[in-house]
Design a protein around this ligand. Structure first.
Ligand code: AMP
Ligand code: GLY
Length: 422
């Protein structure tokens, strides 16, 4: 079977790499892909929002499956468009992707079905929001309703910070229409954890838990990014707590979506906070694989990813076995100087061949340079993954391999997974 994967980041590289191991996978196309993805798939220069072109390409090539990576085309209804053209697609339809596309929708859903999450109020009027905000205790959390490239959330520790965040979102509209509605919610203290699950209607097949590092600098300092590194499993979190999160949050949410007439099919990604007493609460839902969570979860998958995707699309996810390895995985993101602010592009990267022989290197933002060498083309450039018997070993492998790669302005956190080793 030929497959089309849509997207061009580290997540899509990991998906293409995993699919390429399937005996059933013939040709893999990736639109638009990147220089690393080109090693396992044929990159096609079509953008993720060019729905008509993507549909025409998939039909012309008679692909058996389309897999959608990123959030924004999902929220814009790419799955509905491709399905209307008779294509088989792994990913949620627009009405199910809203669980990520609108925080107000997500909060109302959880509230209606009594699924644990932070207390909240939603606002479309700035004056009302501002008056409410003034009465709240600190810290307080302010969220733009819509997608904002992972930057639409402010955890404010001071009044000034809180007021500025609200004004930026609702008045200055720094996130555009995403700020026409905001959610103001209670601050949750505790440990963060992500659970991704393959979901088809009420059937939930969880993947091993993972943990991201959102702030750009060591010690969780500096502005938030798309994610600077991940690890899986989480040895410092009890299996019983992970099980509780699945039973009290992920499964009831999948059920709730079915009850609402918005059955979810794809990867449901729960961002959770574990309170000090061990109770998991929902921070957010995403309607897709995480980036860079995928880079540590898929290398641990022993089963055939293509079989899982096809089972989900055909509504028989409950019938298949999914096996995971006990190995640990750590991903260290190498980013461009200046990220998450502005950064240069086209910087030559050295050491990729050697690093590729030693371990897994997923490309996030790379391109072919004018002389045929690989150059940077994004804020997050590479995700270097180490595997090992435990987190310590995986972490050493990831950092050793990250050290083999160099480019001008390369920046990375040096404390990925350190929390797991305390
Ligand atoms: P989100 O984009 O919703 O994942 O939020 C980004 C980050 O903000 C999360 O990973 C948390 O670290 C933090 N965050 C969001 N909501 C809350 C909350 N209610 N309490 C504490 N931290 C939060
Ligand atoms: N790594 C966080 C995300 O994919 O949203």
């Amino acid at each position: 079977m030929d497959i089309l994967v849509i997207g061009g980041g580290g997540r899509e590289h990991a998906i293409c790499w995993s699919l390429s191991k399937s005996p059933k996978a013939d040709k893999i196309y990736c639109a638009p892909g990147n220089a690393g993805i080109a090693q396992v798939a044929e990159c096609v220069p079509i953008g993720v929002f060019e729905f008509d072109k993507l549909a025409a390409f998939a039909k012309e090539k008679e692909v058996g499956l389309v897999v959608v990576g990123p959030d924004d085309p999902l929220a814009a209804g790419i799955v509905d468009v491709l399905e209307a053209e008779g294509l088989k697609v792994f990913g949620p339809r627009k009405n199910a992707a809203e669980i990520e596309g609108s925080k107000a929708f997500m909060k109302d859903l959880l509230h209606k079905y009594n699924i644990p999450t932070a207390a909240y109020r939603k606002f479309t009027d700035y004056t009302e929001a501002s008056a409410y905000l003034k009465e709240q205790a600190l810290p307080i959390v302010i969220k733009a309703d819509g997608l904002a490239a992972g930057k639409g959330v402010t955890v404010a520790y001071s009044r000034e910070e809180a007021e500025k965040a609200l004004e930026d979102m609702m008045v200055s509209r720094v996130f555009g229409e995403s700020g026409s509605q905001v959610v103001i919610e209670e601050f949750l203290a505790g440990q963060e954890m992500s659970i991704l699950a393959f979901v088809d209607g009420e059937t939930v097949r969880p993947m091993p838990a993972a943990q991201d590092h959102k702030p750009v600098f060591d010690g969780d300092k500096g502005p938030n990014t798309g994610g600077m590194g991940t690890y899986s499993p989480l040895p410092h979190i009890d299996d019983a707590i992970i099980q509780k999160a699945i039973e009290t949050i992920v499964e009831p949410t999948a059920k709730a979506m079915v009850s609402e007439g918005r059955p979810f099919r794809g990867v449901l990604f729960a961002g959770l906070m574990i309170s000090p007493d061990g109770t998991p609460k929902t921070v957010e839902f995403n309607a897709r694989f995480g980036d860079p969570e995928t880079q540590v979860v898929l290398p641990r998958l022993k089963s055939d990813l293509l079989e899982i995707f096809l089972a989900a699309v055909d509504g028989r996810l409950d019938e298949i076995e999914i096996e995971w390895s006990d190995e640990a995985a750590v991903c260290v993101v190498l980013a461009s100087q200046g990220y998450p602010g502005s950064y240069p592009k086209g910087v030559p990267i050295a050491g990729l061949d050697e690093a590729g022989r030693e371990g897994l290197v997923f490309h996030a933002g790379t391109a072919l340079g004018p002389d045929g060498g690989i150059v940077t083309s994004g804020g997050r450039v590479l995700g270097v993954v180490g595997l090992g018997a435990g987190i310590a070993e995986a972490r050493d492998a990831a950092y050793a391999n990250a050290g083999r790669i160099s480019f001008d302005g390369k920046q990375n956190r040096t404390d990925i997974a350190a929390k797991a080793l305390l």
